[in-house]
Design a protein around this ligand. Sequence first.
Ligand SMILES: [Zn+2]
Length: 119
Amino acid sequence: MNWLLSVWNYRCPRCRETGLFIKPFDIADPLKMKKGCESCGQTFMPEPGFYWGAMYVSYAIASAIMLPVGLAAVFVFDISMMQMLFLLLFICAITFFPIMRLSRSLWLHTSVRYRPPNK
Ligand SMILES: [Zn+2]
């Protein structure tokens, strides 16, 4: 599994074997992560407040989605600003948790080096 697939599938950045998040999806805490990897022992919380930086990543990802959609909605499909606002709010609502999970995965993958497991 390459780096991008590992980020996309929320895998452990060190061994890419196990998932970062608790399954099944916990509706009470959708961003709840495992403490560490069962396969290689990599901790998923390297230091307190580690995932604060993931907020900037999620902001960038959300902007990369919302900006073209909002501009296309107004200039191509010619909808009103209020309709565009509700459209973007709807998109924000359905993509919030996937984007937050993706940004956490991406943030962790930028600071942990891949080491293939010895088999
Ligand atoms: Zn691992």
